[in-house]
Design a protein around this ligand. Structure first.
Ligand code: CMC
Length: 429
């Protein structure tokens, strides 16, 4: 490495590659011309050493356990701000003034209703469909409804599409929940704040008055802040890749939602709670720890480990506090799942296997207990993650579209299949 370039020796060729510095965090080696100069690609399955883009939105220092949105620590945003303020920050790059916040909140609130035809669309699903399946489809279906905000080259239309998604995804999420339990859809109520409105759409029934519990609303709002963005994770990279072809923005967010569903990503909160239920009691923990450490057993401790955090996930710390606040508020003194979680965390953090591999609890470890206490079934956990992450996906999509050097994402491969061969007639195979 010399100055701000690095050199790579390939056969008898020396290739100079520029080193690009970020504002904080690791620099990158610019390999864009490597193929043209050497005829070789780089190979990095799972992208463990690859920066796929330049971004100014979210910064993670996985070794120190730091998460910043536009430079602001997640702890400060979760403590002092609200979710819509975080949305504004992620989209616009700066915290809003009081007037900007009032205007943004007003505009999001006025977009919360979905087209009435959407209700008919829901009727096509089986009642026992997983709500994430319904989310993938209904978010995708929005691309068939809002034609006046899909010209991605028009900044105004991009802004309206962004607002519609932040405003309408919670409405679709609540509808997905109501549909699976056979209750009528509850329309949004504009006098409520974003998260209180969401709780009401999920838990109110026409037969009685619904009173929002401010402690639960604040806790859920904080959960939304914690999940709002996480730089180039699998679902966000999916949104960027889908969007790089110029695809419809609602369809891009549906693609991100599909990716989030997997248990290695957003599906982990559902899987973590199921695991705690399966463990059942503190006595069974050693058996499960042994399973997690056994190379021949596919079992993993769900809610532990992270591709980027090799330290305590900063979101998990805030989540742990929020869990206790919610359980206190609801008067849940002895929750056996919480006992299992606390003991599992203690044992795992002192176990050589987990220490050596730097496997710490991640955000999903505690969020499931909190959401369950609030009354959400496990199948809704990933849906709530999708509600919160929608803004991150949009902010990243918007940043990509507005980047003048943007082009379609098109990775290459290391081909290990057959070389060219001749087609044999069917009788000779
Ligand atoms: N339990 C037991 N062993 C584990 C676990 C775990 N949860 N996570 C990783 N390991 C081991 C793994 O077996 C491997 O061991 P070895 O080096 O001996 O082969 C080593 O640790 C490294 O694991 P990896 O799979 O190469 O790491 P990764 O960066 O590809 O995977 C992960 C990250 C999050 C997919 C993984 O840690 C995992 O599957 N965790 C459980 C699922 C989970 O909680 N996911 C939520 C992530 S946070 C929310 C989100 O991003 O959506």
């Amino acid at each position: 490495m010399s100055g701000n370039t690095s050199q790579l020796q390939v056969g008898d060729k020396t290739v100079d590659m520029a080193i690009k510095e970020g504002s904080v965090g690791p620099a990158v080696i610019d390999i864009a011309k490597l193929y043209a100069q050497t005829g070789m690609f780089t190979y990095d399955p799972g992208f463990t050493s690859t920066a796929s883009c330049e971004s100014q939105i979210t910064y993670i220092d996985g070794d120190k356990g730091v998460l910043l949105y536009r430079g602001y620590p997640i702890e400060q945003l979760a403590e002092h701000g609200d979710f819509l303020e975080t949305c504004y920050l992620l989209l616009e790059g700066e915290l809003p003034t009081a007037a900007q916040k009032a205007d943004f909140d007003y505009r999001i609130t006025r977009h919360t209703m979905v087209h009435e035809q959407m209700a008919r669309f829901f009727q096509g699903f089986r009642r026992d469909a997983h709500p994430m399946a319904v989310m993938v489809a209904s978010i995708g279906a929005m691309s068939a409804f809002y034609h006046d905000s899909t010209d991605i080259s028009d900044p105004h239309q991009r802004m309206i599409a962004s607002m519609r998604m932040i405003a309408k995804v919670p409405t679709l999420a609540a509808m997905a929940y109501k549909y699976t339990i056979g209750q009528p859809f509850v329309y949004p109520l504009n006098s409520l704040d974003y998260t209180s409105n969401f709780l009401r759409m999920c838990f109110a029934v026409p037969a009685e008055e619904y009173k929002v519990n401010p402690v639960l609303s604040r806790a859920l709002d904080r959960i939304f802040i914690l999940h709002a963005d996480h730089e180039q994770n699998a679902s966000t990279s999916t949104v960027r890749l889908a969007g790089s072809s110029g695809a419809n923005p609602f369809a891009c967010i549906a693609a991100g939602t599909a990716c989030l569903w997997g248990p290695a990503h957003g599906g982990a909160n559902e899987a973590a709670l199921k695991m705690l239920e399966e463990i059942g009691s503190v006595d069974n923990i050693p058996k499960y720890i042994a399973k997690a450490k056994d190379k021949n057993d596919p079992f993993r401790l769900m809610g532990f480990g992270h591709r980027v955090y090799k330290n305590y996930d900063p979101r998990a710390k805030i989540m742990q506090k929020t869990t206790h606040e919610v359980l206190n508020e609801l008067g849940i003194k002895d929750d056996p799942l919480l006992d299992v979680a606390v003991e599992l965390e203690r044992i795992a953090l002192s176990d050589e296997y987990f220490i050596e591999k730097k496997l710490y609890p991640n955000i999903d470890f505690y969020s499931g207990i909190t959401l369950k206490a609030m009354g959400f079934p496990t199948s809704m956990f990933t849906v709530l993650f999708a509600v919160a992450r929608t803004v991150g996906w949009i902010a990243q999509w918007k940043e990509m579209i507005e980047d003048p050097s943007q082009k379609i994402g098109r990775p290459r491969q290391l081909y290990t299949g057959s070389a060219q061969r001749d087609y044999p007639p069917i009788g000779r195979r």
